[in-house]
Design a protein around this ligand. Sequence first.
Ligand code: ADP
Length: 170
Amino acid sequence: MKIGVYPGSFDPVTFGHIDVIRRASKMFDEIIVLVMYNSAKSSPLFSKDERVKMIIEATKDLDNVIVESFDGLTIDYCKSKDIHIIVRGLRAITDFEYELQIAQTNKELSHGNVDTVFLTTSIKYSYLSSSTVREIASYNGDIYPCVPDFVAKAVYEKYGFNHEKQGDQG
Ligand code: ADP
């Protein structure tokens, strides 16, 4: 069985992530979305459990997608499950250097056993990032174009706003 692991912080999951998951799910027999802690990023808005639940809900129509969380290195997870492929998304050239470094590190650390494949973003999501979504929401701006409605509501709640989707009010 061809299994791919898509690791990330997903804080919160965006339409860009969901697009990558959807496309990867057609290429692999099974895609495991792995919710992780990224020490390079500031303290998360959502707990790992909350992030896992949101991704499960956002991908519930895809029956070969599994969502888990993990504390540790992605390659240790891969080793424990005998998985050899990591999936990552590439938005812009600015992602490239960072992603290349992680991919090469993972290849080295796994002694060549784990390779990374990249899916380039769909153009309409190329500007999207979880940090932008958090930033916009923190000022009560409109994040409904960026994330599923139930995610938007959960993000606004974290910032103490009750922001209904435009057109949804009576
Ligand atoms: P990390 O903290 O590991 O960078 P993220 O949740 O920010 O986790 O991103 C996970 C992966 O999804 C990364 O490979 C990132 O480049 C990719 N990604 C994020 N946003 C998008 C998007 N809008 N389109 C395509 N890929 C994306």
